[in-house]
Design a protein. Structure first.
Length: 335
């Protein structure tokens, strides 16, 4: 048998190429925008073997083995936050308005040291203004509800006080001129000293006094009048220009004190009872209105169910005397 007649040996079948080892899955790509669909390539259909010689039948079958099917990747459900395009971001986040930007700029507040100092200064200024306004309103509230006649009376009283101070000023200036122009300055000084001593004696209660003034009587049948009410009456009379005051035979001076006692009031340790009689020397046109002002002494005593009568007189005699008392510590600066 020659070589041509020998039967052809069958070639070994070609083994299909090994598929590459599975590589680690890459991270899933971003999902396509809404409304778009990603198309996957269609699977390649298996090859149909052609009719031929039996020699190559086995090898062709191995060569045309279809590739393994492509696996589909699971599609990630699309969410509005996972949008990958700028258009989607603009649709998801609302545009900031002017008011919103202003709020973002002011809050949270950014306080500096200078701003804190200015805020403290403004707070102190506002507090001072509020206190001043409150004090002014409290002062004016007493006169705000007064009648026109009462306001006119108060103004007249202030004018009288001003006139009295002007008269005193002119008297002192006149005394100075007399001392400067007198030929015998020693005699003139002695005369003025004696006159001044009499005036001071009236104020100190060491000498008797008489002159125009008023007499006030307070009858306290129920015993509701206390020492502080009578003290208010003394202070009001002094403010109106009273020069000498006497209460139930007790001379009232600069050091006089009043206190409550059983069934009455004590004046400098001397107990007195109702009715309380005040003898006051001064200008009656100033003394009486000072007691009758709205919310004054008379109205306060009448609220306590006491009876108050005020009478003017051209001659009031204050004859209660006080023994001169030498001070323990005070001495004249001329010594």
């Amino acid at each position: 048998m020659n070589e041509r007649e020998q039967p052809e040996t069958t070639r070994p079948a070609v083994t299909p190429p090994r598929s590459a080892p599975d590589t680690p899955a890459s991270p899933p790509e971003a999902a396509p925008p809404a409304g778009l669909r990603r198309e996957l390539p269609a699977e390649v259909p298996p090859a149909v073997p052609q009719a031929g010689s039996g020699k190559t039948g086995g090898s062709e079958a191995h060569r045309r083995t279809p590739p393994p099917p492509v696996s589909r990747r699971p599609q990630v459900p699309q969410t509005p936050q996972a949008s990958a395009t700028p258009a989607a971001d603009e649709q998801g986040e609302p545009e900031l308005t002017g008011r919103r930007r202003l709020v973002n700029g002011l809050w949270p507040p950014r306080v500096t040291r200078a701003q804190l100092i200015v805020a403290l200064l403004l707070s102190g200024l506002g507090f001072g203004l509020a206190v001043q306004v409150a004090s002014t309103s409290d002062t004016d509230s007493a006169l705000r509800g007064a009648r026109q006649e009462d306001l006119v009376r108060i103004l007249d009283e202030l004018d009288d006080r001003t006139e009295r101070l002007e008269d005193e000023k002119q008297g002192l200036e006149k005394q100075r001129e007399e001392l400067e122009n007198s030929s015998d300055q020693a005699e003139e000084a002695r005369r003025q000293t004696i006159e001044k001593e009499r005036q001071l004696g009236v104020l100190a209660g060491t000498v008797a006094a008489q002159g125009p003034g008023i007499e006030m009587t307070v009858e306290d049948a129920k015993g509701t009048v206390e020492s502080d009410m009578l003290l208010d009456a003394v202070q009001e009379l002094r403010a109106a220009g009273a020069e000498a005051i006497q209460v139930n035979g007790v001379r009232v001076v600069a050091g006089t004190y009043l206190s409550d006692a059983d069934g009455g009031v004590s004046v400098d340790g001397n107990k007195i009872k109702s009715p309380y009689r005040f003898k006051v020397i001064g200008k009656p046109q100033d003394l009486e209105p000072a007691l009758n002002i709205p919310g004054g002494v008379v109205q306060t005593l009448e609220k306590e169910q006491a009876t108050v009568t005020v009478e003017r007189s051209d001659k009031i005699v204050v004859d209660a005397l006080r023994a001169p008392k030498r001070p323990d510590y005070a001495r004249s600066s001329s010594q």
